[in-house]
Design a protein around this ligand. Structure first.
Ligand code: SAH
Length: 386
């Protein structure tokens, strides 16, 4: 497969030169090498379509030739913006929405933010599309608190989107004054629509806000969650803890087959989404808590005497905090389902859990991120003396 951005050091698709079957082979081998000693690794589940799977796009603004507003990604290892018109990984509808955003921003004479000088207005644009609902969210990240002529911008954006036959369901301004590479700031203002979009995953409908985590590959997420639920082996009687629950996607999927589910997540708007999502889907046996998993779980266990039959963890790349692993071992759930996006930290955490009374029974891998080196691994750990 060819991409013109590769020659320009985009860096987003390190595996692009390999055919897809070879990519899968290499990923499976890499996971086996790191965690194969804990148990047999099932054959990797590849994507049906390895291109255009990203339902989220982050585009950074910059000044192009003649001061023209451009946007794209940082070239690998630099802070130089490489203009992107289309990308092999991104949802093609979002490429077109991004064109509409640039056109509307140019009409409003918005200037790109200059990182070195700290001047200008537009930093990034975050786009998300609900693959099933078709709804599209536009989040404009600004360096200034006020977006001048915001109403005109929205009007221009809707017109530009219509001209290109793509939808824009909601528009949010996010204010990020910090000199940081973190994309989103804390303050938000809804400029148009509801401020969130809906999407359907595994038959449940979810609301997603700008700052909530949402898996970027819809179809492969359904495969992953299917494996997670299977690994949890629920009969309807279990109490399940879902640490790192995001907007409650895995929690609500598990809740249908469990007695009670508790979800824990550090980002407050994600928990607000999770609670709404439970209501939206008529699920009454799921409760959600804001905080660090490594603090909330010990608290639930020590002061509220909560017992869990199954604990699901789906941490970010750095893996689980050791305090969380210690609590899991103290709580003695029958099963731990570990969903990991980094096999190296997974290996570290498996070492701990297998040395403390758990046995890895099943390891499976799902390719959520074709063309990149990343891969998702899911492990079922069973309590040894049960
Ligand atoms: N299970 C969810 C989210 C997985 S991503 C899904 O499949 O959509 C990991 C999540 O962990 C993110 O939402 C992130 O905000 C959250 N997180 C990061 N550190 C955390 C911590 N210490 N305690 C609880 N949640 C945390």
């Amino acid at each position: 497969m060819e991409c013109r951005l590769k020659a320009k050091k985009c860096g987003g698709c390190p595996m692009l030169g390999l055919d897809y079957a070879e990519q899968l082979k290499q990923k499976e081998a890499a996971v086996r090498k790191l965690v194969g000693k804990y148990g047999p690794v099932a054959p990797i589940r590849g994507a049906e379509n390895p291109c255009h799977y990203r339902n989220k796009v982050i585009s950074t603004f910059a000044a192009g030739p003649g001061g023209k507003l451009v946007s794209g990604i940082y070239a690998a290892g630099t802070h130089k913006v490489l203009p992107v018109e289309s990308c092999l990984l991104q949802d093609e509808v979002l490429d077109t929405v991004m064109q509409a955003v640039r056109a509307a921003a140019s009409t409003c004479r918005y200037q790109p933010y200059n990182e070195d000088k700290g001047t200008g207005l537009l930093r990034h644009c975050l786009l998300r599309r609900g693959v099933v609902s078709g709804q599209v969210m536009v989040v404009l990240v600004t360096a200034q608190p006020v977006l001048p002529g915001a109403k005109n911008f929205v009007r221009a954006l809707l017109a530009e989107a219509e001209k290109r036959h793509v939808p824009v369901t909601t528009v949010v301004q996010n204010y990020n004054p910090r000199r940081t590479s973190v994309v989103l700031g804390e303050e938000e203002k809804v400029l148009y629509g509801k401020g969130f979009i809906l999407d359907t995953l595994c038959g449940k409908t979810y609301a997603l806000s700008p700052r909530s985590f949402y898996q970027i590959n819809h179809d492969q997420t359904e495969v992953l969650y299917g494996l997670a639920v299977e690994a949890a082996r629920l009969t309807g009687k279990e109490v399940v803890l879902d640490a790192y629950c995001g907007i409650g996607t895995i929690s609500l999927f598990l809740a249908q087959k469990a007695k009670q589910v508790y979800g824990v997540e550090i980002v407050p708007p994600a928990i607000a989404d999770a609670k709404d999502n439970a209501r939206r889907n008529g699920i009454q046996n799921a409760e959600f808590y804001v905080g660090k998993a490594e603090e909330i779980l010990p608290h639930k266990y020590e002061t509220e005497n909560v017992k869990a039959d199954v604990i699901v963890v789906d941490p970010p790349r750095k893996g689980c905090d050791e305090a969380l692993l210690e609590t899991i071992v103290k709580m003695q759930p029958e099963r731990v389902v570990y969903v990991s996006c980094d096999s190296a930290t997974l290996a570290r955490d498996l070492k701990y859990l297998t040395a403390n009374g758990y046995k890895a029974e099943r390891l499976a891998t799902v390719d959520m991120f074709p063309m990149t080196v990343h891969v998702e691994t899911i492990v079922l750990l069973q309590k040894k003396n049960s």
